[in-house]
Design a protein around this ligand. Sequence first.
Ligand SMILES: Cc1cc2nc3c(=O)[nH]c(=O)nc-3n(C[C@H](O)[C@H](O)[C@H](O)COP(=O)(O)OP(=O)(O)OC[C@H]3O[C@@H](n4cnc5c(N)ncnc54)[C@H](O)[C@@H]3O)c2cc1C
Ligand code: SF4
Length: 330
Amino acid sequence: MHPYKYIKTNEANTAMKAVTESEKAVFLAGGTNLVDMVRRDVTHPDLLVHIKDLPYGQITPDAGGLRLGALVSNSDTADHPQVMKDYPILSQAILSGATDQLRNMATNGGNLMQRTRCPYFMSPDFPCNKRNPGSGCSARNGMNRIHSIFGTSDHCIASFPSDMCAALAALDAQIQVRRPDGTARSIPITEFHRLPGDTPHIDNTLEHGELITFIDLPGETKAYAPKSVYLKVRDRHSYAFALVSVAVGLVLEDNRIQKVGMAMGSVAPKPWRATEAETILTGKTPSERLFKEAAAATMASAQGFGGNTFKIELGKRTIARALHMALNKA
Ligand SMILES: Cc1cc2nc3c(=O)[nH]c(=O)nc-3n(C[C@H](O)[C@H](O)[C@H](O)COP(=O)(O)OP(=O)(O)OC[C@H]3O[C@@H](n4cnc5c(N)ncnc54)[C@H](O)[C@@H]3O)c2cc1C
Ligand code: SF4
């Protein structure tokens, strides 16, 4: 393990200034992802800036929706009465991940920023373009059971494993960011993470030193609450990342689907919005046949790499089942 310095602050400006002063400095929130990577020699920061005491630890009503502080723990977010009532798929998604202990430590901002679980990325002995640009991708012709079937490139086929972010994508969340120069910006969740292209070492659109402050859930997507579900398929029932997951919310009127939000997790380098399914479903009368048609259209552009090809059929079945469950939710 490489040596590093550590500071703790309760001021956002101090934290951002400290991180911008060194290219290798990073924010430390719950530490459940970062500390693992430092210990395993996957990443070598020279400074950890502990931000857990910054004033972003509340959940508050905002513009008809809900504003989640970036430093609220995943547990407190999932258990919040307003999240459970108005955005139940977010609660379900968070509770389907990791363990109680991890969720108590993990923060919302850290969850957005978590890195892939590709085993070659996490093992410094293997070539990996994401960890060491230009070294090659061991997964393409190696073990790729958990890897992406959408959005890959010749340089990287890693998947983004967050459950929380799949739900945030279906709910049209906005990520609020504070910049070191004192300005702020807002990024739609679907534009926050990026595809690997020929720069797979860059996971997202956050610039060095920028701080995630809040995640905003819009008032409009509360309408999904009565007919929504987060369905996660994995190797074990607990303490396992998704192989495929689907977050879906429906709004029905006169037995027609008036509005639908659907996103998949663990199938792409970012939460994958199922736009084909959304288009096919909108305005139609729900039926099992329609659900299968929507599922097939979404998965039509998926590409497997051997070990993960099973995800294409699994994805179809998971979408159709999630839609069935959402429709029939009491
Ligand atoms: C064994 C295990 C099982 C897991 N299972 C699941 C699972 O099933 N599903 C799932 O979705 N996740 C799972 N996780 C991942 C877990 O959700 C993440 O590790 C956690 O959400 C990261 O949050 P953190 O606060 O601990 O982040 P940290 O580890 O502190 O930080 C992670 C990254 O985020 C950056 N960061 C943190 N906060 C901010 C901020 N406010 N602004 C800018 N950058 C920031 C840090 O600099 C760092 O790069 C699992 C993790 C482990 C260890
Ligand atoms: S899939 Fe991406 S993260 Fe995994 S070995 Fe290839 S380049 Fe590295």
